[in-house]
Design a protein around this ligand. Structure first.
Ligand SMILES: *[C@@H]1O[C@H](CO)[C@@H](O)[C@H](O)[C@H]1NC(C)=O
Ligand SMILES: *[C@@H]1O[C@H](CO)[C@@H](O)[C@H](O)[C@H]1NC(C)=O
Length: 231
């Protein structure tokens, strides 16, 4: 038993820490996430089953748009992504879309508890879009034929890169940064093979790195290079 004042002090302290540190803020799913995902799916014409629990399907639908509509596909996704961000009027974008911990501790979600895989997989998508819709946009647009070809016929190879990364990083977390680099090189090679252009290979490398790096912030020393490289 603790004295009332002591308990109150702990309560206040925990409350203050949680309020001040965005990394500890839970995503209020019912209040924002579900609405914003619905809006994103509506805007893109995606099935409403896509979201955190089916992040693989969400990824496939986004990448199919890159494959089918090339730079226009990126543009459509990026416009919907911008609205998705703006949808979080309560400041919950970080907790619901950028921080796996926010999803793992999600509240107001109709009894659904997200898994670590789902939280990581969902957050990875939006972090990749930050690159795709920012610095990466013009690079892809300038090479849209071969860039989109990778999303047309190399998705199985991309998922193999992802899967190798997940398996290896889980088995050997101390070497996570090495696996971040291997996964980025794996994508680099796929885009290099299709386009034979250093800037597109760099795009592929960054597409993967911006996703995996987020989950391992200590790997901030992994960069994609702009010159020709053959593994
Ligand atoms: C999006 O929502 C609006 C309003 O509810 C609806 O009229 C429209 O058909 C929806 N679009 C898609 C693609 O589902
Ligand atoms: C992928 O598709 C492109 C055209 O869309 C084609 O040129 C290329 O050879 C294909 N690559 C493989 C490995 O099938």
């Amino acid at each position: 038993m603790c004295s009332t004042n002591y308990c109150l002090a702990i309560f206040v302290l925990v409350g203050v820490v949680a309020a001040q540190d965005p990394r500890l803020t839970a995503c209020n799913a019912g209040n924002s996430l579900n609405t914003c995902q619905w809006q994103f799916n509506n805007k893109t014409g995606f099935d409403q089953s896509l979201g955190v629990t089916n992040y693989q399907g969400l990824r496939s639908a986004i990448e199919k748009s890159f494959a089918d509509y090339q730079a226009l596909g990126l543009l459509n996704i990026c416009e919907a992504y911008k609205e998705y961000q703006q949808c979080y009027t309560d400041g919950q974008f970080f907790a619901c879309a950028q921080n796996p911990f926010g999803l793992l501790t999600a509240t107001n979600n109709g009894g659904v508890q997200f898994t670590q895989d789902q939280a990581n997989g969902y957050v990875k998508i939006w972090n990749q879009l930050d690159f795709v819709c920012g610095a990466g946009f013009s690079i892809f647009a300038n090479a849209e034929d071969c860039g989109s070809a990778v999303f047309n016929n190399q998705t199985a190879a991309m998922r193999q890169c992802d899967n190798d990364f997940n398996v290896n990083a889980a088995a050997d977390p101390n070497e996570a940064c090495a696996y971040v680099e291997i996964a980025a090189n794996c994508y680099f090679q796929l885009f290099w093979n299709a386009c034979k252009k250093p800037e597109v290979a760099y795009w592929g490398c960054n597409y993967e790195r911006t996703g995996t790096n987020l989950l391992y912030p200590q790997c901030s020393q992994i960069f994609c290079t702009f010159h020709e490289r053959v593994i």
